[in-house]
Design a protein. Structure first.
Length: 162
């Protein structure tokens, strides 16, 4: 008798739980689906400046990151026919026409995921960039790092100042 009562109690509690949990689970899945939207923003801080005449880039290695973003940016530029190399700012070659700086942010959910990448371009003698493009995605589980770098580099190279 007590076993039947316990079994009935478990089935009632489990049934109530499923009735209240199903809408919550569906809402969670819908939110996760729409939370993955990405955005790319461009900022031109100096008018009449773009990268049409630039052929040689130097990517300054960010010593605070260990994901090899500088190498990925160099590969993306070289794949598009530009001369590019990376390293610390002390190794800036005299032939560089533009210096690329970058900032990246990562989230961790059982593995690293890039959620932010900003690439800025400045003159070799300048301190501040005259052009920058940033990429931001709240949930970047499905986006590969090279895909993000290529997207930002493409946007950077196609910006035309007004």
């Amino acid at each position: 008798m007590q076993l039947r009562i316990a079994a009935r109690l478990v089935s009632v509690v489990a049934g109530d739980f499923m009735k209240s949990a199903v809408p919550s689970i569906i809402l969670l899945l819908v939110c996760a689906l729409f939370a993955g939207c990405a955005s790319t923003r461009t900022h031109v801080s100096e008018k009449d400046r773009d990268l049409r005449d630039v052929r040689r880039f130097f990517v300054v290695r960010n010593l605070k990151e260990n994901h090899g973003i500088d190498v990925r940016i160099v590969r993306a530029l070289q794949a598009r026919g530009f001369e590019a190399e990376s390293g610390p700012i002390t190794l800036l070659p005299d032939s560089a026409q533009a210096v690329i700086l970058y900032e990246d942010r990562w989230a961790w959910d059982f593995s690293d995921h890039m959620v932010y990448l900003k690439i800025g371009v400045r003159d070799p003698q300048a301190v501040f960039p005259y052009l920058s493009v940033s990429y931001q995605k709240q949930v970047a589980f499905t986006t590969q790092v090279d895909e993000v770098v290529n997207q930002v580099v493409d946007r950077l190279l196609t910006v035309r100042s007004k």
